[in-house]
Design a protein around this ligand. Structure first.
Ligand SMILES: Cc1ncc(COP(=O)(O)O)c(C=O)c1O
Length: 369
């Protein structure tokens, strides 16, 4: 008979991962959790399109049924818009699910991953969980991924190269000529995973067509996009991979949860695609507010990094964590970059015009102290 507590039989790569520290909620910031401006998670600032709300309401009476395991309607709609066969698309519970799977699918002890840092933390966590060797390649001074350094870090054991454009938390995107070089020089033994969570913002700002450039890539690849940002559906968790060929998509399908995208999320994403004017309004207003925020941080002497995403990063006169606290005391939740050489940088999500006013007013107080 067993008695007493036992140690769960988890892999060392699990027990040695850093503790789970989810992003703070309003309740972490102030005791009653009310009145805080949420500018720390790169969410959309507006409620979703009324068409999205209607679609969810109309589908609510059917939630006793499992959702479509292939997201067929949504896949057909996205496929038509981007000119890619639906069989090359895989939807997930946010793009985070798919990118985690791709890391787990390519990596294991002895395999090697090339990742940008600082970047979306899940890349590093996913590669560590897989037990892989990791080349964490610092982003450039402007915050864009250092593609040449990343390619130089590739070894014969490399199985995945992760590129984020625009990069989170810094905001810069890769220009077309760099992407062309990446597509040309990627080793065929590794998967190229390009995270375009902020794709719609980058295109709005004149960014390159990554899918067109990848047509010449001989390595297997997957591009990740999401409904969490420009479509304002972060709470529903829908993202997808556009795969270089159907074999990559089929492999993801083998390992994902069968019903990974819930039925309300599927109808909502479809309805969001059906209201391009709503998305365009969010992108137009976002670009205006991003410029205002950037100008305001620059005027305050807090050098903003160039951003085409729905957030900006800027250098504060104090370490990131202290600056985050100072904004929180003024009712504004923002993010810390806090990683060399961006130890003093904060990341502020683009909000409404009122949010911008509030951030700039708080910034004025904080830098004056
Ligand atoms: C670069 C990047 N990739 C992926 C994600 C995850 O997005 P999703 O909501 O689709 O899981 C985020 C979210 O902030 C992100 O910044």
């Amino acid at each position: 008979m067993n008695s007493g507590p036992t140690t769960p039989p988890f892999r060392t790569s699990v027990t040695t991962l850093p503790a789970f520290r989810p992003p703070p909620t309003e309740a972490d910031a102030v005791p009653d959790g009310r009145g805080m401006r949420r500018l720390h998670l790169n969410e959309g600032p507006f409620a979703p399109s009324p068409r999205v709300v209607q679609a969810i309401q109309a589908a609510a009476g059917e939630v006793h049924r499992y959702p479509d395991p292939r997201c067929r309607k949504l896949a057909a709609a996205v496929a038509g818009r981007i000119g890619v066969a639906a069989e090359r698309l895989v939807f997930g519970n946010g793009s985070e699910e798919i990118l985690s799977l791709l890391l787990a699918m390519t990596l294991q002890p002895g395999a090697h991953a090339v990742l940008p840092v600082p970047s979306f933390p899940r890349y590093l966590a996913g590669a560590r969980f897989a037990g892989a060797d990791i080349a964490a390649v610092p982003v450039r001074a402007d915050g864009a991924n250092d593609v040449d350094a990343m390619l130089a870090a590739v070894t014969p054991e490399t199985r995945i190269v992760v590129v984020a454009t625009p990069n989170n938390p810094t905001g810069a995107m890769l220009p077309a000529d760099t992407l062309v070089r990446l597509a040309r020089d990627m080793p065929a033994q590794a998967l190229l995973m390009i995270d375009e969570a902020y794709y719609e913002f980058a295109r709005h700002a004149g960014g390159p067509d990554v899918l067109a450039i990848l047509k010449d890539c001989r390595a297997p690849w997957a591009v990740l996009r999401t409904f969490s940002k420009a479509y304002g559906l972060a709470g529903l968790r829908v993202g997808y991979a556009i795969c270089g060929d159907a074999a990559v998509a089929e492999a993801i399908n083998r390992v994902r949860g069968v019903f990974n995208v819930d039925s309300l999320a599927q109808v909502a994403a479809l309805a969001a695609l059906d209201d391009p004017a709503h998305t365009q309004g969010l992108l137009d207003d976002g670009a205006r507010q991003r410029q205002r925020l950037s100008d305001g941080f620059a005027r305050a002497g807090c050098a903003p990094l160039p951003s085409v995403a729905n957030f900006i990063a800027a250098r504060m006169p104090v370490p990131s964590a202290e600056a985050v606290k100072a904004f929180a005391q003024r009712g504004i939740m923002i993010g810390a970059v806090g990683a060399a050489p961006f130890d003093n940088h904060v990341r502020v999500t683009i909000g409404t015009g009122e949010d911008t006013d509030a951030v700039l007013a708080a910034l004025g107080e904080i830098v004056k102290r």
